[in-house]
Design a binder for this molecule. Structure first.
Ligand SMILES: Nc1nc2c(c(=O)[nH]1)N[C@H]1C(S)=C(S)[C@@H](COP(=O)(O)OP(=O)(O)OC[C@H]3O[C@@H](n4cnc5c(N)ncnc54)[C@H](O)[C@@H]3O)O[C@H]1N2
Ligand code: MOO
Length: 477
């Protein structure tokens, strides 16, 4: 579709399969100079090579979020909306409208987001409980055994009051009898020939008794709204007496993959390549909390794309490819035709600067991801992730920073997103971070947000986590 490939941040040829991740490679034609002084348009080969947004004169989109094409910068070019602003705008777009909720039994709520806080329906524990197998004792010892038999077991009803100087066998989880002042675990007590129980050490008042309400009181908030229902949250809800949870309905997302050059199986041949985004975007969106209703492939058929977007009832339509100004890049013309409101038209971020976001007539949104695979990931994290976080009611995690181990080169004006792995309390930028490459991100723990001009060892950079736990080790060349 488009011919130009600029690979800012790509590994230099021959930078092979090193075992350790190394400093980010030098972008084309630039030294390790990390000046933050913006380079004037036309002075900088990188910028010329990357310029895309704003080169489409005469666009009639309603355009509220970004400078109108042709306005604001010399030669009709702009660098796209600042990255932070684009994320904030995507987040705001996701907050529009009312969240749909549903009530389900606990197992069906797994992986959804709490629409209301989880409230304890009982005290936890609900009664004074023995923390150990042993003896419940009353007052100072030694103690005579209060009753014969197996003592008090877990799950049994009320026991008789224990009077001072007596003890009764008790099991872990059993109710503490009224009058008991402590539990002595069996290995710390012995019974003499007369049957009296002696402690083998000091006995503290209340030891090994879990008092009623130790963890929570009935009515306490256990988890706030916006919390992901994890297996642990299900366990907590059950312990606290809940049978159902009110959760947010997952936003519906449809993925439309564009490009005549894409194969769905077999080896690339004759200029055709494998579709890397079809298998990746849907599962990624699911990991972000979306219900993916389908991934459909459209080739470069503009009419079919327009029909699909018009007819979609998804909360969010994701397109891949076709965002640029090539002869078969249909996304902008299609948005024009369907009367979409272009909210973001290009973002000052590399890779991925042609990404876009639009409001659709039916109330949903469309995020256009660039076709280059890492650029698509960048669009996913910049626009789709904040939008979906809000649409699925998820709390926004506080941004966090980590110290950079190795130098990473920057774009003169734009933010860069660079795959990194955590090493100790630092992050290490990975090789193979060019826009057409997935090798870095597939091994990464997250993406470092590299400001214009780059980052030096020791700089604290914001890190975007990936929506799955980091794999422990592996090949991160
Ligand atoms: N004249 C200019 N051309 C381009 C510029 C520019 O500034 N001026 N920017 C480049 C950048 S940056 C990107 S990113 C791409 C964005 O282009 P599109 O969104 O229109 O994407 P396509 O042209 O359809 O594809 C780009 C590239 O990615 C490959 N691709 C597309 N879909 C897939 C897929 N599902 N799986 C794997 N690979 C895919 C496609 O074959 C192309 O190689 O525009 C640049 N051009
Ligand atoms: O760098 Mo493009 O921005 O590959 O997405």
């Amino acid at each position: 579709m488009t011919a130009q490939d600029h690979d800012l941040g790509a590994a230099a040829p021959g930078q092979g399969a090193t075992e350790e991740p190394a400093a980010d490679p030098v972008p084309h034609g630039r030294s390790a100079d990390r000046t933050r002084t913006p380079v004037a348009d036309g002075d900088d080969g990188v910028e010329d090579a990357l310029a895309l947004v704003g080169t489409r004169p005469g666009s009639s989109h309603r355009n509220h979020g970004a400078p109108a094409p042709g306005q604001g910068t010399p030669a009709g070019r702009h660098h796209g909306m600042p990255w932070e602003e684009a994320r904030a705008l995507a987040s705001r777009a996701g907050r529009a409208g009312v969240l749909r909720t549903r009530r389900d039994p606990l197992p069906a709520s797994l992986g959804r987001v709490l629409a209301t806080p989880l409230i304890a329906l009982v005290d936890l524990p609900s009664f004074d409980t023995s923390a150990m197998d042993g003896w419940a004792v009353a007052g100072p010892g030694p103690w005579t055994v209060a009753s014969a038999g197996s003592g008090i077991l877990a799950g049994h009803g009320g026991a008789e009051t224990l009077v001072d100087g007596t003890a009764v066998r008790i099991a872990t989880g059993a109710r503490i009898p009224p009058g008991a002042t402590a539990v002595i675990r069996s290995e710390r007590a012995r019974a003499d020939r007369t049957g009296r129980v002696h402690a083998l050490g000091r006995v503290m008042h209340g030891q090994d008794i879990r008092p009623r309400g130790q963890e929570c009181r009935s009515g306490d908030q256990l988890l706030p709204a916006g919390t992901l229902v994890t297996p642990a949250a299900l366990g907590l809800a059950a312990a606290a007496g809940c049978d159902e949870l009110l959760t947010v309905v997952r936003p519906k997302v449809e993925v439309l993959v564009l490009g005549d050059e894409l194969l769905t199986e077999g080896l690339p041949h004759d200029g055709l390549i494998r579709d890397a985004l079809g298998p990746m975007i849907g599962p990624w969106l699911r990991a972000l909390g979306a219900e993916v209703t389908g991934t459909r492939r459209f080739g470069d058929d503009a009419d079919a794309l327009r029909r699909a977007v018009t007819e979609s009832d998804a909360d969010l339509v994701i397109t891949t490819g076709g965002t640029a100004a090539g002869p078969v890049d249909h996304v902008h013309p299609m948005l024009d035709k369907v009367g979409a409101e272009l909210l973001v038209d290009g973002v000052a971020v590399r890779p991925g600067h042609p990404m876009l976001m639009a409001g659709l007539a039916g109330g949903g949104h469309l995020v256009g991801l660039p076709g280059n695979p890492l650029a698509a990931v960048s669009g996913l994290l910049t626009l789709a992730e904040p939008l979906l976080r809000q649409r699925s009611g998820q709390a926004t995690p506080a941004p966090y920073r980590a110290s950079l181990r190795d130098e990473v080169h920057g774009h003169p004006q734009d933010t860069r997103l660079v795959p990194v792995v955590h090493r100790g309390d630092q992050v290490v930028p990975l090789h193979y971070s060019g826009p057409a490459m997935l090798r870095g991100i597939a091994a990464a723990h997250g993406l470092a947000v590299v400001p214009p001009g780059g980052g030096r060892p020791g700089d604290e950079l914001e890190i975007l986590d990936l929506p799955w736990p980091p794999s422990s080790e592996g090949c991160f060349t």
